[in-house]
Write a protein that binds this ligand. Sequence first.
Ligand SMILES: C[S@@+](CC[C@H](N)C(=O)[O-])C[C@H]1O[C@@H](n2cnc3c(N)ncnc32)[C@H](O)[C@@H]1O
Length: 157
Amino acid sequence: MYWRLEQERAWSGLCVVPYKLADHPMALPLLEKNLVENASKTGPMVHEPLEWVNTAHVEQLLAADEDGFELVVLADCVHWPELFEPLVSTLASLVTSPETQCLMAYEERNAKTEAEFFAMLRAGDKFVVRRLEESEMDPRFYADDIHVFSITRPAVG
Ligand SMILES: C[S@@+](CC[C@H](N)C(=O)[O-])C[C@H]1O[C@@H](n2cnc3c(N)ncnc32)[C@H](O)[C@@H]1O
């Protein structure tokens, strides 16, 4: 889903399944506009504010899904170094067990800076982080500078 939306530059931010879109409060008017324009393709979608540093937002997202999310998808969120830690911490709150699959796409803009994000993500072995191979992606939308990562919690035991 994120490929189509991201390629049309209609959406960035975070989505969890059961379907719920979340983005920074400033981005919600654009998100709402896109939901209205794409309603015939997406069906009903719930959206909520999510500022990564805001624990109330994270708790509100989690509240409706006691068993944890099946899938967390985020696109084009690795950008500002000062937000790397809030984003890692938000992912730690949303990807709560090995049963939650997280897929993260981003456009490589500054590999050296972005490496700091991945170091934070991998620190302490809290996540298993794997870059998807080209063969795993839809060739219609593959691009050399767009990377997709699988982020999961390590299996227990
Ligand atoms: C690099 S921008 C995405 C730009 C967009 N894909 C484009 O091509 O125009 C990074 C995105 O991360 C999200 N974001 C940034 N800071 C955030 C924060 N503090 N909390 C939640 N989301 C944030 C927003 O969705 C923002 O649009």
